[in-house]
Design a protein around this ligand. Sequence first.
Ligand code: NAD
Ligand code: WQD
Length: 339
Amino acid sequence: MKILVTGGAGYIGSHTVVELLNAGHEVAVVDNLSNASVRSLDRVEEITGKKVHFYEVDIRDDVTLDEVFKNEQPEAVIHFAGLKAVGESVEIPMKYFDNNIGGTLTLLHVMKKAGCKNMVFSSSATVYGKPETVPIREDFPTSVTNPYGRTKLVIEDILKDLYKSDPSWNVILLRYFNPIGAHESGRIGEDPSGIPNNLLPYIAKVAVGKLEKVSVFGNDYDTPDGTGVRDYIHVVDLAKGHIKAIEKIEKEKHVGCKIYNLGTGTGYSVLDIIEAFGKACGKEIPYVIAGRREGDVDTVYADPSLAKEELGWSAEYDLSKMCADTWRWQSQNPDGYGE
Ligand code: NAD
Ligand code: WQD
């Protein structure tokens, strides 16, 4: 299929483009490079030996996006483009509403005009808020704890309403748990600008000597060792989930509007992760116990069985591979893409 990938130069996007190309799909990428380097796509081409058509375009720019659709005539869109920093979204919510929600609306108008009605959207486990029980199923109640999460929930609702109004759309909402890891070549990976907000990139920067020690945000949670438990998933497994979603649309033609959790179903604590990363890089990771981070919850992990049943997808890689691949990327590229 001919797929247009928004945000395809970013972390999850670049890994997904590799898997799409490996699976024989044709890919065009639209990215405004607000949180990515175009070098990621050079490396995608190096890994796959295939070409990616790249457009440095903001998805809010309807005129240029329209031209991209005319040029490429994609049959489906995988929509990653968006801002994702939870803390920043609390400080500057309008930036998130404008970019994430506004950008998606513009994209949907352009898709409709082009007659392209197949959409796979990057949603997040953040839409489950503070779950009452785990593992989390797709039919659990949704709620939000910050403006970033609100953008995901609003976009999910927009897509559901759009499908109701016109069932010729195919919409697959993928709710990711905690993506980590990197491509095993060590050529592409996560390259956050400034001090990382998320646990794995932070640990990786400590391991490579760029940061001093990890602050563990609370050890008084109701979990086995008191630290937060999450469902970490290898980014390549996550990327493969998108290929399965695209294949479902390709095969079935009318899939409706579907929601799938993409997680492993296993939870690990912050201390488990620090220990596993230490083993992968061969050094002890220094850490201190700090206070809780506002908005954090005790335990989040997925019930991924629906994705297994309906997409034929399940995660393959374990925590030691997630850490080993993150370390390979970080140690071979201590400055990320170097921009
Ligand atoms: P990322 O920042 O690496 O990728 C997002 C990409 O979108 C970047 O390349 C950025 O330059 C681009 N972009 C942002 N706004 C744009 C706009 N207006 N026009 C064009 N391009 C734009 O982030 P990621 O981790 O790869 O996340 C991809 C998607 O998955 C996001 O929608 C994110 O909210 C979602 N998600 C991420 C996580 C996670 O923990 N990484 C978890 C759940 C969901
Ligand atoms: C994981 C665990 C922290 C950093 C976030 C977003 C979520 C989704 C995925 C996009 C928690 C602890 C962290 C540190 C720590 N993104 N921690 N020290 O919060 O589960 O999810 O990314 O949709 O919306 O909120 O991920 O990696 O920030 O934290 O102790 O320096 O690590 O308290 O228990 P989180 P995370």
